[in-house]
Write a protein that binds this ligand. Structure first.
Ligand SMILES: Nc1ncnc2c1ncn2[C@@H]1O[C@H](COP(=O)(O)OP(=O)(O)OP(=O)(O)O)[C@@H](O)[C@H]1O
Ligand SMILES: [Mg+2]
Length: 436
């Protein structure tokens, strides 16, 4: 009988003689360890007798390791014993994770039973599918949100950004999508959010029904930057494992901006120079690495939805700019709509899905295009209408758009708790286009 190689590796690690090194210095976010051999990317355990603090080896010298702690350094003293684990961070994967809430390092934090042997463990690092081995995005993935399913349609394996200022409804939209989507599995990464909000998100927005087919990975804003950064990769790694089983996964990340901020803290403390608006180069290297992991594989797919915080409506902010250039489409939420109570506050005309024509049949596409045309016509003369300078009858398209505006508005607005199956949304849209 042959043992699985992962099991053999573990047995080898366990059987190795234990060598203990010691902490020789700690400054900022880095820690130096003497007298221990380890590879870059491996985890070491500091002061194992006291509490479980892990650190990742980021650089190795002749007999000194430079490590970054995955926890707070307070209480770590020089000379504290350090043990090599012999492996990089291990991420739990598998069906048993559904319904569970994990911390940024993949450990359960929901008070539920230990994961034990019901999950398997894999290295955090993974192969990104090669561009040519990826299947094309051809099938729609629906969200149960009318404005998105019809006017900004998403395909299985597509990666979309949700761009918005603070408090415009990004997280609420993610929750609505999580409950309404037809994806097999949902993985949510909550990165750098306020602790108070996480509970609210899980209990009120997501609810028990939303949790059932969902895995949540949380690293709140008070966690060390490396943990926040890892959390984004841990959530993605869990999604990759489901994809590799042939499943269609929806990965929702709130937010990519805070993930980039975590990388900035890590980069700056490692001595990188700040480049674009205080972001060191490693931030712009990390973003494609993370975002390219989503998408289609040879089997299965990861559809990625990433929220991007646009501060002060500056859409050219470097993180938003980089995200936009990597992603296959964007959903724009505007404060203008949110303040008048139009939710979800999606600016349909500014939102674009690059795969729309590939995933929507031509007849439906024509209806969607017509609604966009009507909305566009109305937007162009909005100011004229407001000041009373528009004369009815001067443009038949505008007149038609004005007549249909209340119906279009009713279609686009959708209360939080409501989910509309895509066929119903398309029928509704068709009724609007065919009426009057
Ligand atoms: N579909 C909706 N229906 C009604 N109200 C909504 C809806 N979506 C959002 N809101 C309102 O907008 C507020 C902010 O929403 P949310 O927390 O989702 O925004 P956010 O963009 O994630 O904010 P932050 O940038 O702080 O993370 C909510 O508290 C709620 O009052
Ligand atoms: Mg939010």
């Amino acid at each position: 009988m042959s043992l699985p190689s992962a099991l053999l590796d573990r047995a080898r690690v366990a059987a190795r003689p234990q060598v203990t090194g010691s902490v020789s210095g700690a400054m900022g976010l880095t820690l130096t360890v003497d007298g221990l051999a380890a590879a870059v990317g491996d985890l070491v355990e500091i002061d194992p007798a006291d509490r479980r603090l892990f650190a990742e080896v980021v650089a190795v010298g002749r007999d000194r390791l430079t490590c970054m702690p995955l926890g707070t350094l307070s209480g770590v003293h020089s000379g504290a014993p350090v043990r090599a684990t012999g492996m990089p961070l291990q991420v739990p994967v598998g069906e048993a994770l559904l319904g569970r809430v994990l911390d940024g390092l993949g450990r359960p934090v929901d008070g539920g039973p230990p994961l034990g042997s019901r999950v398997s463990y894999v290295d955090l690092a993974s192969e990104t599918p090669h561009a040519l081995s990826r299947t094309r995005v051809e099938e729609p993935l629906t969200f149960g949100v009318r404005a998105l399913d019809t006017l900004v349609p998403c395909g299985k394996g597509q990666r979309l950004g949700i761009f918005a200022g603070s408090g415009v409804g990004k997280s609420s939209l993610l929750a609505q999508i999580t409950r309404g989507t037809d994806a097999d599995v949902r993985v949510i990464g909550l990165i750098g959010e306020r602790g108070r909000e996480v509970r609210e998100f899980l209990e009120e927005n997501l609810g028990a029904e939303g949790m059932a087919r969902t895995v949540v990975v949380v690293a709140t804003s008070d966690e060390p930057p490396l943990v926040r950064l890892k959390a984004a990769f841990v959530a993605t790694r869990i999604a990759e494992a489901f994809r590799d089983e042939g499943r269609d996964v929806l990965l929702l990340m709130d937010s990519i901006t805070r993930t980039a901020m975590a990388q900035r803290e890590v980069g700056l403390s490692a001595g990188e120079p700040p480049a674009t608006r205080g972001y060191p180069p490693s931030v712009f290297a990390m973003m494609p690495q993370l975002l390219e992991k989503a998408g289609t594989g040879t089997t299965g797919s990861i559809t990625g939805l990433y929220t991007v915080l646009v501060e002060g409506d500056d859409h050219n902010e470097p993180i938003a700019d980089t995200a936009r250039s990597i992603l296959d489409g964007h959903i724009v939420l505007t404060r203008k709509l949110a303040t008048v109570g139009h939710f979800p506050a999606i600016d349909v005309l500014e939102s674009i899905s690059r795969v729309a024509t590939a995933v929507v049949p031509p007849a439906q596409m024509a209806d969607a295009r017509e609604v966009r045309r009507l909305m566009g016509a109305l937007r162009d003369v909005k100011e004229l209408i407001e000041i009373g300078a528009y004369q009815s009858g001067s443009d038949p398209l505008v007149d038609r758009a004005r007549g249909l505006a209340p119906q279009i508005d009713a279609f686009l607005q959708q209360p939080m708790g409501e989910s509309t199956p895509a066929p119903e949304s398309w029928d509704w849209l068709q009724r609007i286009v065919r009426s009057a």
